[in-house]
Design a protein around this ligand. Structure first.
Ligand code: ACO
Length: 331
């Protein structure tokens, strides 16, 4: 079974409430109806109900049993405004600013999740990654034991002799543009957690990637990756990880035997940590475009699950991302 089918099966087993702040966006409306019909989540759409219902009619969708909330009209609006004010007044927020932001569905959705009135959120069909992430970073914050929010891609390759039967975790490809050694270490530990808890990979094997393998090149960028591996090892002493490793040494047993024969992960890595966001973002798009891999994004390190979509997403992409979010919420 593919990773996304496994995730949908888990989502169906214990259905979660997922808020979709871009409630009047046509692909989101179609996805909400599909999620309801396939019993993958209880979707909550935010926005002006008249506009949502009229868009749904134009799309030929019925929205029965789907909750629609217009933030400014909601009985929870004053409570959320007060909470936002309390959380952010130290950063200069006034009660008036808090009211204006709470009326914005992107903030309202995050406040619903913060208060436990929804189990997770998915947005980004009509907003940039930064616009989607900032309210979550400011309000939901990181989970205990993590200092950093980052991302993983669940990459399912047609080539089944890499990773776990073709499944690899790539991190970070979305959030942290230029991680320090310490941030890279946190990304590595979070990605191993995603591999285990979301993807069911029993033994994550984490490779911190570079253009050098075990000292074959000297450069400050290589030193940073090596330091990150040391920090990650001190954060999670039982985790199988190694760095710095080149990609071929991480994945191919014959190269690992030549270049890193004592490594606990070389030749068998299933979690790949990229040294910065440019490498990670280019890396996952390469395997997607050239190798025909399927790639599913997930944010990691937030105290409650929130996930981002690409603005070019399809209805199926939204259904998949909501299913992933629902499974994160189960954990
Ligand atoms: N983890 C935890 N907290 C964070 C993180 C992080 N990675 N980044 C920022 N924060 C916190 C800050 O500490 C701050 O908290 P505070 O206000 O309580 O003090 C809050 O979030 C806002 O921080 P800013 O510095 O104002 O936010 P910034 O403008 O730097 O935005 C963002 C952060 C959105 C994550 C930024 O780094 C970014 O845009 N990253 C790249 C996103 C992107 O474009 N990705 C590529 C495309 S996606 C794709 O291809 C699939």
């Amino acid at each position: 079974m593919s990773i996304i089918d496994e995730i949908k099966k888990k989502a169906h087993a214990s259905i979660k409430r997922i808020v979709l702040p871009e409630g009047d966006e046509p692909r989101t409306i179609r996805a909400a109806a599909k999620l309801r019909d396939e019993e993958l989540a209880f979707p909550i759409l935010l926005g002006d109900p008249e506009k949502i219902l009229s868009t749904a009619r134009t799309c030929g969708m019925d929205l029965r049993e789907i909750t629609i909330i217009n933030p400014p009209d909601s009985p929870d609006f004053p409570r959320y405004t007060q909470l936002l004010y309390e959380l952010r007044r130290g950063k200069g927020m006034t009660l008036e600013n808090a009211g204006t932001l709470t009326a914005d569905p992107m903030y309202y959705a995050v406040l619903m999740v913060k208060c436990g009135d929804a189990d997770g959120l998915v947005s980004g069909a009509a907003h940039t990654t930064g616009d989607m992430l900032r309210p979550a970073l400011q309000i939901i914050k990181t989970k205990a034991g993590t200092k950093l929010v980052s991302s993983s891609f669940l990459v399912e390759c047609p080539k089944k002799d890499v990773g776990q039967n073709g499944l690899l975790i790539f991190s970070d490809c979305v959030v942290v543009p230029c991680p320090t050694a310490e941030e890279l270490a946190h990304i590595a530990v979070s990605a191993a957690d995603t591999a285990h808890t979301l993807c069911g990979i029993e033994v994550p094997k984490v490779a911190l990637l570079s253009f050098s393998t075990k000292g074959s090149a000297s450069h400050e960028l290589v030193t940073k990756v090596r330091q990150a591996a040391e920090i990650a090892h001190s954060l999670a002493p039982d985790l199988l990880l190694d760095g710095e490793l080149q990609l071929d040494a991480a994945l191919a047993p014959e190269v690992a035997a030549l270049k890193a024969k004592d490594s606990p992960v070389a030749g068998a890595a299933n979690v790949l940590i990229f040294p910065d966001l440019q490498a990670g973002n280019i890396g996952y798009k390469l395997v997607q475009r050239l190798a025909g891999a399927e790639a599913f994004a997930v944010l990691q390190g937030l105290a409650k699950p929130c996930n981002d979509l690409s603005r070019g997403c399809s209805v199926e992409d939204i259904v998949n991302t909501v299913s992933i979010t629902a499974v994160q919420a189960q954990a």
